[in-house]
Design a protein around this ligand. Sequence first.
Ligand SMILES: *Cc1c(COP(=O)(O)O)cnc(C)c1O
Length: 384
Amino acid sequence: MSSFSPRRAQSETGDPLLLTPGPLTTSKTVKQAMVHDWGSRDAAFLKINKDVLTRLPEIIHGEGSYVTVPMQGSGTFAVEAMLTSLVPADGKVLVLINGAYGHRAKRILDIAHRETAIYETPEDTPPDPDRVNAILKGDPAITHVFVVHCETTSGVRNPVEAVADVVAQNGRRLLIDAMSAFGALPLDSRTTSFDAVAASSNKCIEGVPGLGFVLVKREVIAGAKGNATSLVLDLHDQWQGFEKTGQFRFTPPIHVIVAFHQALEEFWAEGGVAGRGGRYAENCRILVEGMQDLGFSTLLPPDLQAPIIVTFHMPKDLAFDFQRFYDGLSERGFLIYPGKLTVADSFRIGCIGRLYPKDMHAALAAVREVLVDLGVSTPLRSAA
Ligand SMILES: *Cc1c(COP(=O)(O)O)cnc(C)c1O
């Protein structure tokens, strides 16, 4: 290691840039929105909250037919609330698994004593809609199908639209975990049929963590009374609270919601899904091409890669040490993510959050410098 200290990249507020799938780098204005106090039952906060709830369904073109039910907590709280409140005790869920979040849904359903069937594919392989069709035809007891839009474990984009068509043709109901895709990958409820979709404040809308939400068809939530397996995560009860009083049942994460409101303003100003998704796609393209120039290879082929987070194979060069690579990037102001795969030794770099093409170029320059520091020759010889 040289004693020279490298140039350090930073966000608008002097923080490291988070090349992670969320929590992620947020704008200064989103953070500044939080430096106040509000009463949780006061009109000023209730108006901000109502604005958020009313406008979220526009992102899936579901205004009028879908309602937003927010849930305090991280994204998993919303997924658990969705699954346990919308699947009745005598329901059965076909869980499509190709990563950690599919496995998590299965655990949630097991704990809630909901019957499940599993269709699992490797982490680099999306589910095949024809296979889903065959499973549904063969098991009339299945009432619901659960799918993850972008499996953040690998960054794979699952074929939600094709799965939705098959589920609808078989008269079953679809529940989507779109956590890391919501706001960046299009999901149009006018052409894609689903009962509910769960997401959170701290991913592609670029808010801070602390709020999950479920967009659910009005008639579906209205019919969900009594399903819940817990008081806190009872989506129907939470929805009833808003219908009756416009308020949360229990203390809301007020600052998170006010920041989320600001983040949504910035999301619309950027052009909604097209604008936000377009910037991420450009970030992703720069990242992948730059890493490939250095000799890294991606887990996924371009047609399966969502512009959210990219999994790279760990280089074979013995001089490459992931912890030192991570630390070198961190010293330069970039935080990346370790791999979470069973199919390959890997690490991940995210392209979402308040990051622009210039930040991706700077990250690539930092990667190149760190490789030189580690004594790894580039381009890498055999990456995979
Ligand atoms: C982030 C994420 C979640 C929720 O994770 P939390 O840590 O609970 O916020 C769920 N599903 C997917 C696909 C995700 O990317």
